[in-house]
Write a protein that binds this ligand. Structure first.
Ligand SMILES: [Zn+2]
Length: 358
């Protein structure tokens, strides 16, 4: 069976589109190399988009994503199950039984930590490998927009260039992930950080902004969430310890629903705001745009309270206290100091971002 696929070696940021063949001898690549079924494991599957992600013992960092047409989904899974029980993670050998006993012990230990210490999820998340957050983030994003890679992403090169530049320049030292910013084609006004440093800006937010500084400010706030690993912490709190089985079981629907329905705590919002201010001042960008955007949203909030356009308020609770805090900060840093700031983007870059979906 031949399938469209993307292959990322996990060592560089690039990924390669290719076709692979699932044969009786394993997964065959166009280069002639093959992944044996015995060493291959399914990492995640998302039925809605037909995407299945595999890893192989010999290439620890690499991920192979294949795209299975909907009509063949079940037959393909049955096929995998017949090739090797390990492929889709069925527990039926002795060694697998031991692995599951060990896994249960780990979960019980984590559960004990989780309930004994109130801030344990922060500790748990700090111990998790980066690749877990990246996998969870991919699953969330795939589920939400039917795969940003497949038509829902706006990525005209000139507009994307500004986002890539911002991702590079705004991410402070010590950011745990490579920040990746994408735009989704929807009129909702929102932006969110999925686990693993993946940030999605919904096009409605760009349409509502009066200049690049407003979008850069919101982006700095999202990078603040990524910097503090809030998305993964949110996921862990929302799911409790179920996260572990969710990630291994690959049920993206539940994960995505929880991410969408949960909002950050006041503390997390304050932390992200503070990091956003630090980022902006580090880059010599005024925070006026940042606060202006939140004022604008707050003004409109009453008018469209129930509209789904205002998701941003739901996922990043916007309190007067938050706005006051940022205003105070701006007053201390900017007002009467005679400081000059640079624009976060040129007029051309801003126009290109506004046209990123065209
Ligand atoms: Zn927020």
């Amino acid at each position: 069976m031949q399938l469209n696929a993307t292959y990322a070696d996990g060592l560089s940021a690039d990924s390669e589109d290719l076709k692979v063949i699932f044969s009786a001898h394993g997964i065959l690549f166009p280069s002639g190399k093959a992944w044996s079924y015995g060493g291959t494991q399914l990492v995640a599957k998302v039925k809605k988009t037909g995407k299945i992600v595999f890893r192989h013992d010999d290439f620890q960092n690499a991920r192979l994503s294949v795209y299975v047409p909907e009509a063949q989904w079940q037959a393909f899974l049955d096929y995998l199950r017949h090739q090797h029980p390990r492929l889709i993670g069925r527990v039926n050998s002795d060694s697998m039984r031991w692995q599951s006993i060990i896994a249960v012990s780990i979960v019980v230990t984590l559960a004990a930590i989780y309930f004994l210490y109130p801030h344990a999820n922060r500790i748990l998340v700090s111990l998790m490998p980066t690749s877990w957050a990246e996998t969870a983030g991919e699953m969330v994003i795939d589920h939400m927009y039917g795969g940003l890679n497949r038509g829902q992403q706006c990525a005209k090169a000139e507009g994307q260039a500004l986002l890539d530049r911002w991702a590079d320049e705004l991410a402070p030292e010590g950011t745990p992930y490579d920040i990746k910013v994408r735009v989704a084609r929807t009129s909702e006004i929102n932006a969110f950080a999925a686990p693993g440093g993946q940030i999605v800006i919904l096009k409605g937010l760009i349409d509502k902004a009066d200049g690049p500084d407003e979008v850069a400010g919101v982006l700095a706030h999202e990078i603040g969430h990524a910097y503090h690993k809030h998305p993964m912490q949110g996921l862990v709190s929302a799911l409790g310890l179920g996260i572990i089985s969710q990630i291994f079981g690959g049920d993206a629907g539940t994960v995505a629903t929880l991410v969408l329905s949960s909002s950050y705590s006041r503390d997390a919002e304050r932390q992200a705001d503070q990091t956003a201010l630090d980022i902006l001042y580090d880059q010599g960008i005024s925070a006026e745009g940042f606060i202006e955007f939140f004022r604008k949203i707050k003004d409109l909030q009453g008018k469209y309270a129930d509209s789904e356009l205002f998701q941003i308020v739901a996922s990043h609770p916007l309190t007067s206290e938050r706005i006051e805090h940022v205003e105070d900060h701006i007053h201390d840093k900017e007002t009467d100091k005679g400081l000059t700031f640079k624009a976060s983007a040129t007029d051309e870059e801003w126009q290109a971002l506004k046209n990123i979906c065209d």
